[in-house]
Design a protein around this ligand. Structure first.
Ligand SMILES: NC(=O)c1ccc[n+]([C@@H]2O[C@H](COP(=O)([O-])OP(=O)(O)OC[C@H]3O[C@@H](n4cnc5c(N)ncnc54)[C@H](OP(=O)(O)O)[C@@H]3O)[C@@H](O)[C@H]2O)c1
Length: 161
């Protein structure tokens, strides 16, 4: 399992149910990597997607204690149910795509984190765990510093130390 996330300098990832940033290059990379794969998200992240609809061309698994399955959405009521839904998943990769609660719950099952570090510090109410403060994780590779609309960012891959 691989977590994919865009974080601010303070590890913030969202505010009021929405993303902190809209970086086209980052969105494109997300779409390229996750298309035809399986994505796992929390109920609140599903609700934040356009029309509250699942992502096309991907198997969408949503973690919720109370939601019913809808078209294109499989529901897991807890972590164990996710693992059993994934047992016979033929996808090449399983991506954990947020939000804060789901990253925290599934990080122990992830072998890699594909992180977009955005060099800005907007106010946030959802966060990703600080991997730099966790000796279990180390940086495997980082891109050059990129920029879009005056916002500097970098792709950083973390693996288990
Ligand atoms: N920057 C990024 O890369 C990124 C990516 C995705 C999302 N986000 C942002 O993150 C924020 C949302 O994060 P969030 O933490 O508030 O919500 P979330 O993780 O998307 O969803 C939380 C919901 O997931 C369900 N859930 C979580 N853990 C569970 C468990 N162990 N068992 C059963 N159900 C579980 C619960 O649904 P029920 O209440 O239905 O039981 C819970 O209310 C938004 O601002 C969004 O824009 C950012």
């Amino acid at each position: 399992m691989v977590a994919i996330v865009a974080v601010a300098e303070n590890w913030g990832i969202g505010k009021d149910g929405q993303l902190l940033f809209s970086i086209h290059q980052d969105m494109r990379r997300f779409r390229t990597l996750t298309s035809y794969m399986t994505v796992i998200m929390g109920r609140k992240t599903l609700e934040s997607l356009p029309g509250g609809k699942p992502l096309p061309k991907r198997r969408n698994i949503v973690l919720s204690s109370r939601m019913e399955p809808t078209e294109g959405v499989e529901i897991a009521h807890n972590i164990e149910e996710i693992l059993s839904l994934l047992a016979d998943d033929p996808a090449e990769e399983i991506y954990v795509m947020g939000g804060g609660q789901v990253y925290a719950a599934l990080l122990p099952h992830c072998e890699k984190v594909l992180l977009t570090k955005v060099y800005a510090s907007p106010e946030a109410d959802a966060f990703f765990p600080d991997l730099d403060a966790d000796p279990a994780w180390k940086i495997e590779s980082e891109s050059e510093l990129l920029e879009e609309d005056g916002l500097k960012f970098q792709f950083i891959d973390y693996v288990r130390a």
